[in-house]
Design a protein. Structure first.
Length: 350
């Protein structure tokens, strides 16, 4: 009990200042040119990480590098193009990275969008789950051999408190029937990232690759201003983050913690699903009473706490296994080939 209290206190007061020197380590961060990804990249540069910034827009990425270089000359920063709305682009990115012959110590699946203007990606996925979930799932599998060659290594999936409103589209895993995306699909994309992250952690047990899921609380980034403002919910969420959101650099803490904290090595497999991040809204509601107006303002307490997902679907191991298989099947249907490095389920315990 005393150790559990000490661990909770450590996570509650953690900041990137506690990250040890990371010289020689290579990270990939998707969406590293803005928002939380930019803050992760900057913090890691201060600790001498080689960061591959996987981004769609070269001009924005180069500007982000200039901004970081105005603060620190540490680390090594490299832009590489990827468009997460295209599985072809994801494969090209992975091939280009592997051709460099670099090790890979951490993959941070950070990039994401919500309420997109286009309903579907070029591959036929509903855009939100296509970009936020399926492209990252493919990228993870393509880079898995390099992560295994670079152990101890880690994969970090960014989720969100919005996973609470997510669902699993068992009858339409690609979302092909969707005519216009709504915010429930954003919640779903984060639920799918959470569930697949935990399932990968369990399937990779003993490989030297840890997989963690994090959420950033409510943070002030350019995420909400990019939404389709023909939908009222875009305005509501943007106003809420302006009023109650924390600075983006604090929103990045949970991912940085999961990516670098030495005590987490070898701990991701087994046990129930858990998420690192600020106090979940569900916990806040327990503290202040359901329906209380205070809960948005408590969404940023204790940045690196370990807590259960809000969505009961994520807490069910059978659902996580089924989701992984269904998602891999959906990718294979689009790729017209087996998913590289697909991981078999561990044998059932007697």
């Amino acid at each position: 009990m005393l150790q559990a209290v000490k661990d909770a206190a450590y996570r509650a007061t953690w900041s990137p200042a506690r990250i040890a020197d990371q010289s020689g380590r290579v990270f990939i961060i998707t969406g590293a040119d803005s928002g939380l990804g930019f803050e992760m990249c900057k913090a890691l540069a201060h600790k001498n990480v080689t960061v591959v910034m996987a981004c769609r827009n070269e001009e924005r990425a180069e500007e982000a590098i200039k901004r970081i270089r105005s603060e620190t000359q540490g680390g090594s920063l490299h832009y590489m193009h990827v468009d997460l709305a295209s599985l072809k682009s994801v494969r090209a990115f992975a091939e280009a990275f592997l051709a460099r012959g670099l090790p890979l110590h951490c993959l941070i699946n950070n990039a994401g969008l919500g309420l997109p203007h286009e309903a579907h990606t070029e591959d036929g996925f509903e855009t939100t789950i296509g970009v936020n979930f399926y492209s990252h799932l493919l990228l993870t599998h393509l880079l898995l051999p390099q992560l295994k060659h670079s152990t101890p290594s880690r994969i970090v999936f960014m989720s969100s408190p919005e996973e609470s409103r997510g669902f699993i589209p068992w009858d339409d895993m690609k979302g092909t029937a969707v005519e216009k995306s709504d915010f429930n699909w954003y919640g779903t994309s984060n639920l799918l990232r959470l569930m697949s992250g935990k399932e990968l952690a369990d399937r990779l047990q003993g490989s030297g690759v840890d997989v963690f899921v994090v959420q950033p609380g409510m943070s002030q980034t350019d995420f909400f201003p990019k939404m389709d403002y023909s939908q009222t919910e875009s305005t509501l969420h943007n106003k809420m983050q302006e009023a109650a959101g924390q600075p983006a650099y604090r929103g990045a803490y949970s991912a940085l913690y999961a990516a670098t904290e030495p005590s987490l090595e070898g701990t991701s497999a087994g046990g129930p699903a858990r998420v690192f991040g600020p106090l979940y809204w569900a916990q806040a509601l327990k503290l202040f009473g359901r329906g209380s107006w205070q809960f948005p303002f408590t969404a940023n307490l204790m940045q690196c706490q370990l807590q259960e997902p809000s969505n009961s679907l994520a807490r069910d191991a059978d659902n996580r296994q089924r989701l992984y298989e269904a998602a891999c099947d959906a990718l294979e249907e689009v790729l017209h080939s087996p998913l590289p490095n697909r991981i078999a389920a561990p044998p059932a315990s007697a």
